[in-house]
Design a protein around this ligand. Structure first.
Ligand code: NAD
Length: 344
């Protein structure tokens, strides 16, 4: 079984280049979303605890199975711990044997950003140049760079209630080709933006964005509203926008649309796969306001795990680890091989 530790993933992305990796991931996501009906799907399994949530996200198609363990602990950064960490596994459906385990903290940030960019491919104005980001935490740079892989961005407008987070964001992106323009408030940040990413982390039903502040034609990727009782958008935005979600059974109680209760289905334009497959429209004019109500779905982890497995084989990187008893001569003699000696 292959193990992909964080340092192997760093090496992989260094060899391929982050932009090329994003483009390949976008292709993989497009392929998997287009094959939506080949997957056995379920909502993620979540356990809510005092300071956060612990989740398992399984999915499989005819050939591969994957799951991810991931948490969300918004107060962790106060103790210099990440809000979100993750590990994942890919297995062969035909035998049930695991093929790979992988560090997924960075992969989660990359895939979340790639899915936002995928939504923007269909829902943002084609010539989008300006992006606003609200919340400059762990996910933020990934969101910008995934969009930059698809759009020729020239202006990034960023705001965080924590000035240190804004400085870190600026420092990390200072060598990119676009201009970074720090802002004093959410309202200032979103002025003139084609795409708005909300990536804040706080328990509670917040209104980081309000309907009255928006301009015609803006596309919103709302990634921070991803748990029951944790949302970022004024629900009126959802009533006036083209809303796309990942998987309704999960999004209806974890996403922004939870705030619409029983009315939610009336306001959902599409699940992502419908738009990717061409069954439902993306943007139809320059005036439409649209929302990708992102919560994170298991298929996205499946896509990035299968891509990393493919690339690891191509580049011959990763470490073989011995977590399974491969060397049994007689597969029925598990006891004999491992425990008999204890009793001799
Ligand atoms: N949809 C998905 O698939 C997905 C995946 C990963 C993370 N997330 C969510 O994305 C959010 C961001 O994650 P992260 O890892 O970057 O968290 P983080 O804690 O590293 O960063 C969050 C930032 O938001 C800022 N912030 C909080 N309230 C704000 C406000 N009202 N206005 C401006 N800034 C504000 C904080 O100061 C912090 O810098 C979290 O809510 C997380 O749960 C979603």
């Amino acid at each position: 079984m292959l193990s992909l530790e964080t340092k192997v993933l760093q090496q992989m992305i260094k060899q391929i280049g982050l932009r090329a990796f994003y483009l390949r991931l976008l292709e993989t996501l497009t392929e998997d979303f287009s094959n939506w009906h080949h997957f056995q799907k379920c909502e993620r399994h979540a356990m809510y605890v005092d300071n956060g949530v612990l989740e398992l996200m399984p999915i499989c198609n005819q050939n591969l199975y994957s799951f991810k363990y991931v948490n969300g602990h918004p107060l962790n950064p106060l103790n210099n711990k990440l809000n979100v960490v993750a590990i994942g596994m890919l297995a062969d459906v035909h035998t049930g044997y695991p093929l790979m385990i992988a560090a997924m903290t960075v992969l989660t940030a990359i895939r979340t950003a790639a899915v936002s960019a995928l939504s923007s491919r269909y829902l943002a104005r084609k010539n989008a140049k300006k992006i606003a980001i609200i919340g400059c935490g762990a996910q933020s740079e990934f969101q910008i760079l995934a969009h930059h892989a698809l759009f020729d961005l020239n202006e990034i407008r960023h705001f965080d209630i924590d000035p240190a987070a804004m400085r870190r964001f600026e420092n990390n992106l200072r060598h990119e080709s676009f201009q970074l323009i720090p802002q004093q408030s959410v309202r200032d940040a979103i002025k003139g933006a084609d795409i708005i990413v909300t990536a804040t982390a706080a328990r509670g039903k917040h209104k980081v964005l309000e309907l009255d502040w928006l301009e015609p034609g803006q596309h919103i990727c709302g990634i921070g509203g991803d748990s029951p009782g944790k949302t970022e958008l004024d629900p009126e935005i959802l009533r006036h926008a083209k809303v796309v979600v990942e998987y309704i059974p999960q999004s209806q109680y974890e996403g922004e649309i939870q705030n619409l209760g029983d009315e939610a289905k009336n306001y959902i334009h599409a699940e992502m796969w419908e738009m990717v497959s061409g069954i439902k429209s993306g943007r139809i004019d320059d005036q439409e306001i649209s929302v990708f109500d992102s919560v994170g779905f298991a298929l996205e982890d499946f896509s990035i795990l299968r891509l990393c497995y493919e690339i690891a084989k191509e580049l011959e990187i990763g470490q073989e680890i011995d977590l399974l008893p491969y060397s049994l001569k007689d597969c029925k003699n598990l006891y004999g091989v491992f425990l008999r000696e204890l009793h001799e």
